[in-house]
Design a protein around this ligand. Structure first.
Ligand code: ARG
Length: 456
């Protein structure tokens, strides 16, 4: 029998049951639902709606139920539509009439919103922590390869040499913004809907501010209808995870490229690569491909939820039940990627010699020649033309650029530009890729990372 059987004369059709039950996926919310119910029970006691003995019974009953879930022994009842009803049904089973008081002054609408906010708050913290761990890994890999440099690319064409640490830190800065966004979303998530009831509050003397405080929320809702219908916090979390996923997919793509025989800038450890069922020589970077691929469903989960929310009338609608699977999926998948990608970077051997050979491509010195000419007073556009003409000539005549420069501008200072590593050392403007600028940047980044860790 369902909890609302009083009003109905026929039981629910099986097809509707199959469509509407959510226990199969929302049982993962049990701990947060129990946390919310415990605060609610304390609120009921403070309001005199249950006695202190009843409060103690309800709290210990909820503890028992949590232990059953933890141990995997919780048995779903035939009419348990979702995790919230399952817990209430079990509480009544264990504590009789006292258990039947647990839902006083509460609706599943404010209950589910509370539970989901508690879940999302923790999930955001966990994802932010995982992201910070990946950031620290990238910084460390950079430090361990401090002198290593590679070509920096634009349009995926070699552009200028960059330090590996600078390159990896470019990713770290984008991940830092992801963490900032997540922590910002967590602030808006951290508002309690408990006490809003079905949509309009209650005539019973409850105090939403009290339960908000017990649950560690920054505040209680101001408007009961907004409280039960707002899922902005889910949409925001999904967006933040989707954009984080976009960043992780770009890193994945880069690892795929670096580990090809064509680039050969890096090799992943055997423990982070997979073989082929047919081709004995294969060593595949599946970890990087999956980091690239998971982004698709992260973006899909966000768009799916936004479409679900669009056009919903106030206040609670059953459509809102569809917020859960995308959220659970995005949280799970992004945590998997963060952990595995961090491991992949830690397992990586970077082939400094191969990357340096590519970065010491003489054509990449063209901009340094132009900038030297500018230093001598030549307008940049003219200097660009001169350097471009030298490059054109080297290519047409099949000669090295150093050779052509020696012929045309026989000045020792220009010859020195072709000494490997020189071009890189010259990149010293703020935020640039050369060693001096990179070490200033590392200090900034270290400070940012510890600041963000402090906010977890
Ligand atoms: N499982 C439901 C959800 O996730 C619980 C709320 C149901 N509320 C209701 N009034 N039918 O949204």
């Amino acid at each position: 029998m369902t909890l609302w059987a009083g009003r109905f004369s026929a039981s629910m059709d099986e097809t509707l049951w199959n469509l509407s039950e959510s226990f199969s996926f929302d049982q993962v919310l049990y701990a947060h639902d129990i946390q919310g119910s415990m605060a609610h029970v304390e609120g009921l006691a403070a309001a005199g709606l249950v006695t202190s003995d009843e409060c103690a019974t309800l709290l210990s009953t909820l503890e028992t139920i949590r232990a059953e879930f933890d141990a995997g022994t919780f048995e779903r009842g035939r009419s348990d539509e979702d995790v919230h009803m399952a817990i209430e049904r079990r509480a009544t089973e264990l504590a009789g009439d006292v258990g039947a008081k647990i839902h006083t002054a509460r609706s599943r609408n404010d209950q589910v919103a509370t539970t989901l906010r508690l879940f999302t708050r923790d999930a955001i913290t966990e994802i932010a922590r995982g992201t910070l761990d990946l950031m620290s890994t990238l910084v460390r890999v950079g430090q361990e390869n401090a002198a290593t440099y590679l070509p920096g690319y634009t349009h995926l064409q070699r552009a200028q040499p960059v330090l590996l640490t600078h390159h990896l830190q470019a990713h770290v800065w984008s991940l830092a913004r992801d963490v900032e966004r997540l922590l910002d979303a967590r602030r808006r998530t951290n508002v309690s809907p408990l006490g809003a009831g079905a949509l309009a509050g209650t005539s019973l003397p409850i105090d939403p501010a009290l339960t908000a405080r017990i649950l560690g929320f920054d505040a209680a809702f101001a408007n009961s209808m907004d409280a039960v219908s707002d899922r902005d916090f889910v949409a925001e979390a999904l967006f933040d995870v989707a954009l984080l996923g976009v960043h992780l997919s770009r890193m994945g793509e880069e690892l795929v490229l670096w580990t090809t025989s064509e680039f050969n800038f890096a090799t992943l450890g055997d423990d982070f690569t997979t073989g082929s069922s047919m081709l004995p020589q294969k060593k595949n970077s599946d970890v990087a491909e999956l980091a690239r691929a998971k982004c698709g469903r992260l973006v899909g989960n966000l768009t799916g939820l936004l479409v679900t929310l669009k056009g919903l009338p106030l206040s609670y609608n059953r459509d809102l039940q569809e917020d859960k699977e995308p959220l659970f999926d995005s949280v799970k998948q992004v945590l998997l990627v963060l952990a595995a990608l961090g491991g992949a970077y830690r397992s990586m051997t970077f082939h400094a010699d191969v990357a340096a050979r590519a970065a010491d491509d003489q054509l990449l010195v063209a901009i340094d020649i132009a900038e030297r000419l500018v230093g001598g007073g030549m307008p940049f556009r003219r200097a660009h033309e001169v350097a471009g003409a030298l490059v054109g000539r080297a290519i047409r005549e099949g000669r090295s650029l150093a050779d052509v420069v020696k012929d045309e501008l026989d000045v020792p200072e220009f010859a020195e530009l072709f000494v490997p590593g020189t071009s890189l050392a010259q990149r010293r403007s703020p935020g640039a890729s050369g060693p001096e600028a990179a070490s200033r940047q590392s200090d900034l980044l270290d400070a940012r990372i510890s600041e963000l860790r402090g906010e977890l």
